[in-house]
Design a protein around this ligand. Structure first.
Ligand code: FES
Length: 122
């Protein structure tokens, strides 16, 4: 297990990006979502093309803050579990990362992201 400390947004709904250890040719990041009293973390990679979801820093949510939206083709994801609800990758999901809170810090198991990157995110 390779845990890294990440920052979660103080208020909701909101997101915060974090870097993941590089595993391959392209740097890949992750992001934490605080939404509806839950805090979740995902790899920042859309299941449609593998592109990052956002164009602007920490900007992953729809205007009403209810769903995660891919900025490339508009796929919509449930912030609770990363399931794609609408768009070209409907039925697929973002890769969720194990996240826990301990000693005042949010910790992500970054090794899980590495496994995903090597296997193509499935
Ligand atoms: S790359 Fe995300 S919807 Fe196409």
């Amino acid at each position: 297990m390779t845990e890294i400390s990440v920052e979660a947004p103080a208020a909701e709904p909101a997101c915060r990006e974090f870097p993941l250890p590089q595993d391959g040719d392209f740097p890949v990041g992750g992001f934490v979502v605080r939404h509806s009293g839950q805090v979740t973390a995902f790899v920042n990679r859309c299941p449609h093309t593998g592109a990052p979801l956002n164009w602007k820093p920490d900007d992953f949510l729809t205007a009403d803050g209810q769903l995660i939206q891919c900025s490339l083709h508009g796929a919509l994801f449930d912030p609770a579990d990363g399931r794609c609800l609408r768009g070209p990758c409907a039925g697929d999901r973002l890769q969720q990362l194990p996240l826990r809170y301990a000693d005042g810090r949010w910790l992500v198991d970054a090794a899980q992201a590495g496994n995903s990157l090597r296997s193509g995110g499935k």
